[in-house]
Structure formats: structure tokens, C-alpha cells
Design a protein around this ligand. Structure first.
Ligand SMILES: CC(C)(COP(=O)(O)OP(=O)(O)OC[C@H]1O[C@@H](n2cnc3c(N)ncnc32)[C@H](O)[C@@H]1OP(=O)(O)O)[C@@H](O)C(=O)NCCC(=O)NCCS
Length: 164
């Protein structure tokens, strides 16, 4: 399998790149063109990144051969009174993942996913959740990596995986 990338722990200084990946996730559908500023200031998306890196935030950045970031997965514990799309409980972190378009379908996403599940476990989280629109192929990736659907909305599913 082609690799050519490495994973490292996400730092506070990665906020801008994580913002890029949040925009990719919001615009996952082919032709999705919500402008960066609009995504990053919208209430439904800014909660995943505002104030990064908080005490309970953690994540991984995938880097290419020149150490430039090419993808990221991170999690955040969101409160019950301001939950994310994939909220399942006040102590269960919610995952966000995105890979730069030029780097997709090379194993980066799967590698980030495995790494972030492991990281969440070592940081003491028994479970991790996410939300995915039903027609996003990423749903199959999550299933293959052990996430199970625990809630079905009109267009999005909530999925959860244990970290052990
Ligand atoms: C979803 C995403 C993170 C996956 O990352 P990736 O690096 O492309 O994924 P991988 O290369 O590890 O591929 C994982 C699996 O998905 C499959 N896959 C990759 N791209 C695909 C596509 N466009 N359509 C269908 N399947 C695809 C791969 O074949 C692979 O399965 P396989 O190993 O059995 O062949 C990435 O595509 C992305 O950033 N998408 C836009 C943002 C997004 O949708 N984020 C998730 C929001 S919930």
C-alpha cells in the first residue's frame, strides 16, 4: 500500500489546518462550496474547533514527506447544553476527520481513524462518537473500523465505537 505519510499529535498551532479540515468535512459532498469563513463561524461547526486546543481536546495530524499537514482527526468533549451532531453523552468525545483532497484514497483517513480511537482510549475515554451524513462513503469506513450506528436522524447517523 502507498503510504508516504506519518502521524503526529495535533498541537495548538495546528488550529488553522484543523479549520481547513473542518471546512472539508462540511463540504464533503462533491461541489460543496461553503466558504471557509462561513463554515468556521457557523454555530453548528465552530463548536468543533473554537478555542482549540482545550484541556480535553486531542487529535492527530497526518503529514506528507515534506512534513506539511495532509489530514487531521481530532476529538472534543461537548457539553449537553451545546451538543454536537454526534452527541451521545456528556463525557463521550466527538470525532471530526478530514483529509486534503489530493491525499484521499491513500489510506490516510483509515490510519487517522485507527490512531484517534487508540489515542482516545489512552486518554481515558471508553467510547468515541461521530456524526455522518448517510450518503457519505465515510460511513462505510467507520463501520469497517468498528463504529456502530446508535442513532438515525433525517439525514445523519450517529455512530459510536468503544476504544478498548
Ligand atoms: C472521509 C475521509 C476522511 C477518508 O479519508 P481517506 O484518506 O480518503 O480514506 P482512506 O484512503 O483511508 O480510505 C478508506 C476507505 O474508503 C474508501 N474510499 C476512499 N475514497 C472513496 C470514495 N471517494 N468513494 C468510496 N470509497 C472511498 C477506500 O477505498 C478505503 O477502503 P478500502 O481500504 O477498503 O479500499 C476523506 O475522504 C475526506 O476528508 N472526505 C471529506 C471530508 C469528510 O467527509 N469527512 C467526514 C465527515 S463525517
Amino acid at each position: 500500500m502507498y503510504r508516504g505519510f506519518a502521524l503526529r499529535r495535533a498541537a495548538q498551532t495546528d488550529a488553522r489546518f484543523l479549520g481547513d479540515m473542518l471546512v472539508e468535512a462540511a463540504n464533503w459532498r462533491a461541489g460543496g462550496v461553503r466558504p471557509r469563513h462561513e463554515v468556521l463561524t457557523s454555530p453548528e461547526h465552530r463548536r468543533y474547533l473554537a478555542g482549540w486546543k482545550r484541556m480535553s481536546d486531542d487529535g492527530l495530524v497526518a503529514t506528507g514527506e515534506d512534513d506539511a499537514p495532509v489530514g487531521a482527526a481530532w476529538y472534543r468533549v461537548l457539553p449537553q447544553n451545546a451538543p454536537g451532531f454526534g452527541f451521545v453523552g456528556a463525557a463521550v468525545p466527538e470525532l471530526i476527520i478530514g483529509v486534503h483532497p489530493l491525499w484521499r484514497a491513500r489510506g490516510v483517513g483509515r490510519s487517522l481513524l485507527r490512531g484517534i480511537v487508540q489515542l482516545a482510549g489512552t486518554e481515558g475515554h471508553a467510547r468515541i462518537s461521530l456524526s455522518v451524513e448517510r450518503d457519505n462513503f465515510a460511513r462505510n469506513l467507520y463501520r469497517a473500523e468498528g463504529f456502530a450506528v446508535v442513532g438515525e436522524g433525517a439525514i445523519r447517523d450517529t455512530m459510536v465505537r468503544g476504544t478498548l
